[in-house]
Design a protein. Sequence first.
Length: 325
Amino acid sequence: MIGETYEFPSRYLRLIRSGEQFLYYRGRRRKAGRGNQEYFGCGIVAEVFPSGDRYQCSIADYHPFDPPVPFKSGDRYREPEANEIEHVGLYFQLGVRRIDQKAFDSICNEGLKTSEPVAAYATASDAQEVDKIAMALALAEAANRWPTAEICRMPHNNPGFDIEIRLTDGSVHYIEVKGTRSHEPRFFISSGEIEYSLAHAAGYSIWIYHSIDLDRKTGILVEHDGAVTDSEFDLCPTQYRGRLNPPRFDRSRQHPGLAHSGCAPEPRGAEEFAPTNIKLAVATRSLPRRYPDGAAGYDHLHGSGPRLRRLTALHRRSVRRARRP
């Protein structure tokens, strides 16, 4: 689905990674005949995940080009690498290929009719700066709206809201602040933040500063009063919380040395450690230190007589030492 997902074989997995910018390109072949070779949109690779024997990626910040951008500028290809290849047809047949950043920006600027570069996913430092700018703008806006109120900024990652407004009439208003460099008011919100907005809908607002400029320290405010619900927002779950279940104790597969080394899972009862494999693990480690013919001693476990009684006593002492905490 154009602008939503893209399916590809595993050989392109090293090129298609989360956070990568991309261009949509199509050749001459169409279902309805032949058309122009052109670039018709750009976006950012979001999540990459398996899809049967292939892979898919979801797409974020998709921007279509209207009209599309021709693959040539005059008699030169817009992708510099293509101008240096003798058999250029093979180059454009690749499903996924690298493109020079300067050429990428040039195609996007023409397709979007703008001189501003298309932003990729924020780095950690940029994300912190975006949050800082959004918070500073929100505090200034709150002070301007409620000059007589007590405005309190909450600690970072405060559950539910970022700014508390204590009005002179005794009421309290809660504001959740979001910031993004995207030209659309996109943001991430946790389930806890949504639940808090539902529980305090009458005094809750969410302020989203989008199109944040890191140099000018500016952004465009879009706000919503009340709970964050599906009726007002396009909410899409993007994360799952997981927990690896402990493996079941399988005595038929258990390695003899695991229990003694402390690598085995905790048993459900004392009888779980009774099988011979546990004893053999301890015995095969102890016998060679006491008897030069350790292997022969192991074979004698299946016989009888004084030698067996001595070896059995040795096993018992070794097992008791292994079981001590």
